[in-house]
Ligand binder design. Structure first.
Ligand SMILES: Nc1nc2c(c(=O)[nH]1)N[C@H]1C(S)=C(S)[C@@H](COP(=O)(O)O)O[C@H]1N2
Ligand SMILES: [Mo]
Length: 315
């Protein structure tokens, strides 16, 4: 991403060993408690053994058949500015994030506003495995086996009113746990948004896991958005609030650099707004670049959402 200043964050400032050890103890207890429920799980076999497994997730017909990026790369090459602006240190720095207890508050134009406890979201039935392409605006990509559920299932429970035109999402704000928030490289908390029809689209999911286990902190634990036809920065991590609003929300990257980042941010190989050419991408783990596909290859499913819109204007 484009940054104005370089951050000055020393790891020694943020490592709170007590918090870290407490979290590890919880995680180990949780995996012992759930391990006996599962006999075989191909996905989870490749993943970190110290995160709890999720209940078996049904495979989704919308999954790509492309080979998933390794668990190692998915968890050691991350954009998470609340921890650091480089892609390597969130893997260790995000250990300071405490993901339990955790709630997601819902407000705005809904008939049934409420708060979800993370345990309810982890038990959403059925959880699905969705293997999606993930395309970052910095011209790299991955294939990620998420576990989650369509956002529209949650939205239906809330009964939005006619005034709900957009959905706004916010990440946790806690500079004690998120050292990047002690600097003003971005406006905090991180905010993202979708138009209502994008939020209701069946490809849009809330992810609570990957490779069959709960999300690692650096990937947005305990719950993050995944919108596979948009650039990665739309897929906001560690969500604490979802608001149904009338006006298009001012999202973090649009606020920071409006000439570079638009509200829609649909993956577009012909995009000439960004500093980087968007024509090609490097799939992490591959040597050669490959062409980027319109809507990240999900055009058959989502192009109709934008019929009649000038995608050069609404980038
Ligand atoms: N809260 C928050 N969400 C975020 C970001 C961030 O810095 N903070 N980075 C975004 C960007 S640019 C990308 S590419 C993806 C990266 O997700 P991953 O690290 O799980 O692959 O998260 C997105 N969500
Ligand atoms: Mo990104």
């Amino acid at each position: 991403m484009l940054i104005a200043k370089s951050p000055d964050i020393r790891p020694s400032e943020i490592t709170d060993e007590a918090v870290y050890n407490g979290r590890r103890r919880f995680l180990m207890a949780a995996s012992v408690a759930t391990a006996s429920l599962f006999l075989t799980d191909v996905s989870a076999a490749d993943s970190s053994p110290d995160l709890p497994k999720l209940p078996p997730a049904r495979r989704s017909p919308v999954s790509t058949s492309e080979r998933p990026t390794t668990y190692r790369d998915i968890t050691h090459y991350n954009n998470y500015y609340e921890f650091a602006t480089d892609k390597y240190s969130p893997a260790t720095l995000a250990a300071s994030l405490v993901t339990r207890p955790w709630t997601v508050g819902v407000d705005g134009a809904v008939r049934r506003p409420r708060t979800y406890d993370i345990d309810e979201l982890l038990k959403m039935n059925p959880l699905e495995e969705r293997i999606y392409r993930h395309r970052c605006v910095e011209a790299w990509s991955m294939v990620i086996p998420w576990v989650g559920f369509p956002l529209n299932r949650l939205i239906r429970q809330l009964e939005p009113t006619g005034r709900a035109k957009f959905v706004k999402f916010e990440t946790l704000y806690d500079p004690k746990e998120m050292p990047g928030q002690r600097s003003d490289i971005l406006h905090w908390p991180y905010v993202e948004g979708l138009r209502m029809d994008e939020a209701m689209h069946p490809l849009t999911i809330l992810a609570v896991g990957l490779y069959g286990r709960v999300l690692p902190n650096q990937d947005g634990a305990p719950v993050r958005l995944v919108v596979p036809w948009k650039y990665g920065f739309k897929s906001i991590k560690s969500i604490v609030r979802i608001s149904f609003v009338e006006k298009q929300p001012l999202t973090t990257w649009v606020r920071a650099v409006p000439s570079e980042y638009g509200f829609y941010s649909n993956v577009n190989p012909h995009d000439d707004h960004t500093l980087w050419s968007q024509a090609r991408e490097r799939r992490i783990g591959d040597f050669f670049k490959r062409p980027t596909l319109m809507f990240n290859g999900y055009g058959d499913q989502v192009a109709q959402l934008y019929r009649g819109m000038d995608l050069n204007r609404y980038f």
